[in-house]
Design a protein around this ligand. Sequence first.
Ligand SMILES: [Zn+2]
Length: 192
Amino acid sequence: MLALLICGNCHYANAKMRYGVITDYHCAGYTDEGSNEVKGVVLHHTAEPTIAQSINVLTNKKKNVGCHVLIDTDGTRYIMCEPTTIAYHAGYSRLGNRDRCNEFTIGIEFQGNTLEQPLTDHQIESAIEYLLPLIKQYNIPIGNIVTHEMVRTNYMKAYPKKKCWEKVDITQQEYKRFMKALRKRLPKAHKR
Ligand SMILES: [Zn+2]
């Protein structure tokens, strides 16, 4: 039997990648001006009926939207740009006391619509697999992992006269489910 040496710092790196990763697509909505500070994560659902349609939207230059990773219902991850890229996923948004969340957050798009269907377990596990190394590398506070709806609501509270519409993306129920799963997988030092 092999003795397992578990180093306190290597929890994240030891996990074997379980889900497929596809790098054939690049999102259309991003900028090369400046670098993403990677201080938070914004969770979205695509609200498109199929993965092909989600990819179409995210790679359509006219739509000019983006994200860092799109996660299919089977857990397959479509990497749409590097974490350090500023992608256009959050729009009018506020987290803590900062606006323009695109500049400092990672955007995760889950295939589907959480108003109609819950996230699959594969989607949750795959997102965690993607996020754990980033949480460690950039020391992302757990409180900065939020939904699109939350950063939108923060913005609307701060700027009540600004014209933008409320959205449910993703539902609080699915957010709580995701966070519960994520917390279970975080090393103790990071459960803040
Ligand atoms: Zn969204």
